[in-house]
Design a protein around this ligand. Sequence first.
Ligand code: DAH
Length: 340
Amino acid sequence: MREKLLNLKNEALAQIISATDPEELEHLRAHYLGKSGVLNQFAKELPLLPNDLKSETGQLFNEIKSAIADALASNSQASIPKSQNFDSSLPGIRPPLGHLHPVTRAIDEISSIFEKIGFIRVRYPEVDWDWYAFESLNMPKSHPARDDWETFFVDAPEHPKLGKIVLTPHTSNGQVREMERLGQPPIRMINIAKCYRRQSDVSHTPMFHQFEGLVVDEGINITHLKGTINYFVTHFFGLERKSRLRPNHFQFTEPSFEVDVTCDICLGKGCKLCKEGWLELGGAGMVHPNVLRSGKIDPKRYTGFAFGWGVERTYMMKSGLKIPDLRLLYSNDIRFLNQF
Ligand code: DAH
């Protein structure tokens, strides 16, 4: 009975709110509150309930009856006849306008910056084989480097050659896939996709986005990597921001780097919010010959560079954007999203 009453209330209120003329409203009043109306039918059944339910259900019944009566009384718009209600000289009411999610905007901006210098935007599976996510990237099974990617494995049968199925922990799975798609260089791809890792705190969400660049051709060297990074940094963050490469290690690049960008507050001088003036953007390096071999590209003839950075992280390093908790981006709280 309780559930029936609650359903009745929802249905009645929805109808009353959407009623647009007094006749309709009168009809609803008779249907719900009239002598032989629905609520009176319920009232007849109340005394038949077991004692322990009687008072509780009775109270709910009364609340619902007055909620319906209040709604009928307050739908004043509908109780004025339409002809009196309509003033054609009044300005129209604008429907509220939304906007794209900040991460979608960042993705659009990043793609268009790279497209201007000839990179092709691609997308590869976000649920992929171990081979593409790890093994083809010079990370054989049980290699300790894999621990850095806190990977979700899918409970599904293993492929005899490609291995297990994972939720992609990075967009680097697109590298060998792009080599296979094109068959041979030149390659200039920008792969932007969702990634998943077992992590959740103020600066990590279990689902996030990365953008992965890959360039392979004859004669590609570190100056091309550095030039591309500089181009991106000045176009995305502004002319006053600088980048630097810091030696690091990744299995799929040799040499490997961590890319830093000058802090948006102190512009490299050093302040309380950064490490000596620099903020970490993400990894990059020269494609390892084993990765080229996985994609059936001859490393004696071709060389390449790659980079992979987090969209959310990169976006937060734009000047003036300080988001205290990255998880807010995915909380769908309109008060937060309205600020962008
Ligand atoms: N895939 C790495 C990560 O998720 C980032 C990365 C580093 C991508 C170096 C690259 C690279 O393409 O060359 O941490």
